[in-house]
Design a binder for this molecule. Structure first.
Ligand SMILES: CC(C)(COP(=O)(O)OP(=O)(O)OC[C@H]1O[C@@H](n2cnc3c(N)ncnc32)[C@H](O)[C@@H]1OP(=O)(O)O)[C@@H](O)C(=O)NCCC(=O)NCCS
Length: 197
């Protein structure tokens, strides 16, 4: 019933968000430009409260590669690229920036989290970086929780925990906890007990 109410509310919001979604969608899909998407995603990130969450769910449903009605995106948070896929029941806290991603079902993202589009998005030959810029889709597995202030630049498996403030620089296997900067990985065995990978 709650889900049905949310679906109905998001559909109502389509009436408000379509002027933002239309140029964002066609600018990207037909012209390859992300400018309209970027403008609207940032503008809508500033709408407060429950209304803001519904507006954002509606906008992302119409513009991302794949997105469900039950997406919840907090104040100040936004997706930075339209080529993202979002599973069911995904929740994102406040002031998080989400790049090119595939988020599995039941992914929980806390506040002030950054998920980059891989490690090399500014590898432009300047700033001592020799590589050409390269964006790639980072996968976050189903049931994973990214803790407050974490920074993720590689794939994270299913059922993982990224501890608050941790920096994930390498792919994380399923069922592990990442702690620290750079993150070290621990397998959760049972609650309260962990063993290094
Ligand atoms: C990851 C987390 C769940 C681990 O909790 P836990 O299983 O109780 O782990 P412990 O507190 O027993 O810590 C185990 C070790 O990791 C260290 N550690 C735990 N969290 C850490 C973190 N975020 N950064 C660095 N080290 C951390 C502890 O100091 C301890 O080190 P030690 O073995 O050398 O003493 C928790 O620390 C965490 O980061 N929670 C995030 C909370 C959050 O983001 N909330 C937002 C609301 S959605």
């Amino acid at each position: 019933m709650r889900y049905a109410f949310k679906v109905a509310a998001v559909i109502v919001m389509h009436g408000v968000t379509w002027p933002f979604a239309l140029p964002a969608r066609f600018g990207y899909r037909m012209g390859g430009s992300e400018r309209a998407f970027d403008f609207s995603a940032k503008l809508l990130s500033l709408a407060p409260g429950r209304l803001g969450q519904l507006l954002r769910a509606s906008f992302y449903m119409q513009t991302l590669d794949r997105c469900h009605y039950d997406l919840s995106v907090g104040f100040g948070s936004f997706f930075s690229h339209p080529c993202a896929e979002v599973g069911r029941r995904v929740g994102i806290g406040s002031f998080s920036i989400i790049g090119m991603v595939r988020l599995g079902d039941d992914v929980m993202i806390a506040s002030r989290v950054s998920v980059l589009s891989g490690k090399y998005q500014h590898g432009d030959g300047r700033h001592g970086l020799a590589r050409a810029p390269r964006f790639r889709r980072v996968h976050i597995g189903a049931g994973t929780w990214l803790g407050e202030g974490s920074l993720v630049m590689d794939d994270v498996g299913r059922g993982c925990i990224v501890a608050g403030g941790s920096v994930v620089t390498k792919a994380m296997p399923d069922g592990t906890t990442a702690i620290g900067n750079p993150a070290r990985f621990l397998h959760h065995r049972e609650q309260g007990e962990a063993a290094a990978v």
